[in-house]
Design a protein around this ligand. Structure first.
Ligand SMILES: [Zn+2]
Ligand SMILES: [Zn+2]
Length: 185
């Protein structure tokens, strides 16, 4: 396919200079071109798509590299140079494709491994009053507000545990119980 685009752009041998890889980590974008390293990364779903979709996605990305070859960084990513290359290869210069109508079964970014949140929870516990807060990362600036008000430094001790539904429910229950107890004074 790349060789046929190369013919319409009078760039024989272009296909030998570009490497193309499928990436399961690409879930929000269908494809990505890296002109400096002459690499194209396509979402795994592209391989399963109808041939017309594969051709357009591939042409879109290869045209980014050729626009870079011809005009360097002065050519805007989807500027008129890129659009002219798309037309010369027989495509409408569409910036975005609708995966649903083009037979592209993109993974759901909310459940994809590539975008799944880090599987750890960091508990920040006050060693004085045992109050705790959790976060998906370590928050160094957090202090125990109650202890700070009482004139202490309020420093928290951080411990890590695997994130899981059970753990977060247990945590929520514990917080609710503590709130209920402390509101009773
Ligand atoms: Zn693009
Ligand atoms: Zn405290």
């Amino acid at each position: 396919m790349v060789a046929s685009f190369a013919v319409s752009w009078s760039r024989p041998g272009l296909e030998e200079t570009i490497s193309i890889e499928l990436s399961p980590r690409l879930v929000r974008a269908i494809g990505r071109a890296m002109p400096r390293s002459r690499r194209i990364r396509l979402a795994t779903a592209v391989a399963e798509a109808p041939e017309a979709t594969i051709a357009e996605v591939l042409c879109h990305e290869v045209a980014h590299i050729v626009a870079w070859d011809l005009f360097g960084p002065s050519a805007r990513p989807h500027g008129r140079e890129w659009a002219a290359l798309m037309r010369a290869a027989g495509f409408e210069p569409r910036i975005r494709l609708d995966p649903a109508t083009r037979g592209l079964r993109m993974p759901d970014p909310r459940t994809s491994a590539a975008t799944r949140p880090r599987p750890w929870l960091y508990e920040h516990r006050c060693p004085v009053c045992q109050a705790s807060r959790t976060s998906g990362r370590v928050v160094r600036r957090w202090r125990c507000a109650r202890c700070v008000r009482a004139g202490l430094d309020g420093e928290l001790v951080v411990s890590r545990r695997p994130k899981g539904v059970a753990a977060s429910l247990r945590d929520r229950a514990r917080t609710a119980l503590r709130d209920a107890l402390s509101s009773r004074g």
